[in-house]
Structure formats: structure tokens, C-alpha cells
Design a protein around this ligand. Structure first.
Ligand code: ZN
Length: 314
């Protein structure tokens, strides 16, 4: 039996897991901080993989979930947010030359979707939309059992579609994108702006608000916090409706920190979708649910990609 190595490159942690066979249960894993004074992330990642390299066993492949846009064909990371120096980084070539085994690289949101599809909430479905809602909004789409990647691997930037022309500024520099209206950052920005107008809230005295604080306040019944989530739910509903019209999925999987507050925005999201779809057929057999794998989805996706890259990515 051969070993498959999965790597998840996160903004805060580099994670490596070793699997045997097709079971998605690692027999060994380790994690280190992404940033360290002990050297560049790429050098420490190589060191970590080498330290876990299984003696006397054959390694089939290495699969990597990387942040930011990725050219999956060439294995190049265009620009990884939060990792200094990872600009046009030929990660596949670097690791193949060092370890002498095939290396496959995918965008982390796409690979989280692969993980959810094979091992999590999306099992048994053929048409899936995945959205991860945290500080930003990312995602992926599987259409007729194929991950949609696009010409250069840039497809399905589901957070960067215009929902509100001339709306708030997005992290990408454009205005009115879904991410600027419904991400955790957007929810916090909305509450902060309302507070500065003099609105009363249990959050008034908190200095740096996060979506988590607002979720807590919403659960306790704070009207402004509830309104912030309801507003985000409406924008998410509009975004999801657009994707229903384009991809006609049978399941929408919501991941990321904000998805844990689904009960706070589910009503407005569902209502907006019901009111916005062009035909009820789009939601007739539609499941909308939260992700099942938590922060392990990227690793499982990288494992899935490394086990059968031809099937998953082409
Ligand atoms: Zn954007």
C-alpha cells in the first residue's frame, strides 16, 4: 500500500497529513505556523514534509491546498494572501524536484469542496455549490461531477460578483461585491458604521468588533446584531440565486466561520432565494446546508486530488 501526502497551506498554519489507501483518515499529521522568524515558509514546509517522509514506504503523490488563485495545470501559486514572497511561486516544480514524486496543487476553496464532496456534506451529489464565508468569501462549483476551474484555474470566485453597484469597497479593490456585503468583515463593518451613527446596541462599548462578537450579541437578541445578519442573509440569497440560475446545483454547502451563525441569517437568505429565483424548479430539490468537515476539508481535498488527479481536476 502506498502513502499519499496532503498539505494545507493556510495563512496561519502549514498542515501536512499522511494517508494510506483510500480512507480519509490520516495515520500521521503535523502542523507548524506559516510565519516564523526561523525561515521562509517554503523552506520550512519542505523541512516538515521531509521530517514526516515515511521510511520504507512508497509515496504515491503530494496534494496541496493553497490559498489565493492557483494555476492548477502548472502548479503555480499566483499570489497567496498573508504569505510573504509567494507570488508566482512554482510550488509543483519545487516540490517535485525535491521529493521526486508527482505533486498536484489546487486552490484551497476548490479543494475544500472536493473534500466535502468525497467525505462530507456533499456525498452523493453531482452538482454542488460551495461557499466559504469568513473574513472573505470564496468557493467552488462541481458541475456534472467535474470541478469547474476555467482556462487559468481562476473560475468560481463566488465572493467577487457585483450585488450592489457602487456599494462598499471589496478586498479586491472593486465595489459592491458579495464579499463586501456578506462576509464576516462586511457584517462587522456594517455594525461599526451603524454604531458611529449613534445607534444603540449591546455592542456599543466594544472596541474592535468581529462577526463572532456580533453573532453572540445576535443570539442574545441585540436588534442591531440581528439586523446585520439578516442583511448579510439577504445579500447571500441574491448571490446564491445567481449561482442557482447558472449552475442549477442540488446542494449548496456553506462553510467558514460565518456559516456557524446560519440560524441568524437563514430566514432572510431563504426568503430572498424564494423571491428571486426565476422558477421554483431551481429550489424544488435543493438542499442548503453547512459544511461537515470544518477546517479539515482542505486537507481531505488535497488528499482526494493527489489520489486521483485526472478524475478530479481535468
Ligand atoms: Zn471583490
Amino acid at each position: 500500500m502506498s502513502t499519499t501526502i496532503a498539505v494545507d497551506v493556510g495563512g496561519t498554519q502549514l498542515r501536512v497529513a499522511l494517508y494510506e489507501g483510500d480512507e480519509g483518515i490520516p495515520y500521521q499529521q503535523a502542523r507548524i505556523p506559516t510565519r516564523s522568524s526561523r525561515g521562509a515558509a517554503i523552506d520550512r514546509l519542505i523541512e516538515l514534509i521531509a521530517s514526516l517522509w515515511p521510511a520504507g514506504r512508497q509515496v504515491k503523490a503530494i496534494g496541496i491546498a493553497a490559498p489565493g488563485p492557483v494555476n492548477h495545470k502548472a502548479g503555480i501559486i499566483y499570489a497567496a494572501p498573508n504569505i510573504p514572497g509567494w507570488i508566482r511561486l512554482p510550488l509543483r516544480t519545487i516540490l517535485q524536484e525535491r521529493f521526486g514524486v508527482p505533486v498536484f496543487v489546487g486552490n484551497d476553496a476548490n479543494l475544500a469542496l472536493l473534500g466535502e464532496w468525497r467525505f462530507g456534506a456533499g456525498q452523493g451529489h453531482h452538482n454542488l455549490l460551495y461557499m466559504t464565508i469568513s473574513t472573505g468569501i470564496g468557493g467552488g462549483v462541481i458541475s456534472d461531477d467535474r470541478l469547474i476551474l476555467g482556462e487559468s484555474g481562476l473560475a468560481t470566485e463566488v465572493g467577487h460578483v457585483t450585488i450592489l453597484p457602487d456599494g462598499p469597497l471589496c478586498s479586491c479593490g472593486k465595489r459592491g461585491h458579495l464579499e463586501a456585503l456578506a462576509s464576516g468583515t462586511a457584517i462587522a463593518n456594517y455594525v461599526t458604521a451603524e454604531l458611529s451613527k449613534g445607534r444603540h446596541s449591546s455592542l456599543s462599548d466594544q472596541p474592535a468588533l468581529t462577526a463572532k462578537d456580533i453573532s453572540k450579541a445576535a443570539r442574545a437578541g441585540d436588534p442591531l446584531a440581528l439586523e446585520a445578519f439578516a442583511r448579510a442573509g439577504k445579500f447571500l440569497g441574491l448571490g446564491i440565486t445567481n449561482y442557482l440560475h447558472i449552475f442549477n446545483p442540488s446542494i449548496v454547502i456553506l462553510g467558514g466561520g460565518v456559516s456557524q451563525s446560519l440560524s441568524m441569517f437563514r430566514e432572510t437568505m431563504d426568503r430572498t432565494i424564494r423571491e428571486s429565483v426565476m422558477s421554483p424548479e431551481f429550489i424544488h430539490n435543493l438542499t442548503i446546508t453547512t459544511a461537515a468537515l470544518g477546517d479539515g476539508a482542505g486537507l481531505l481535498g488535497a488528499f482526494t486530488l493527489a489520489r486521483s488527479p485526472e478524475e478530479e481536476m481535468i
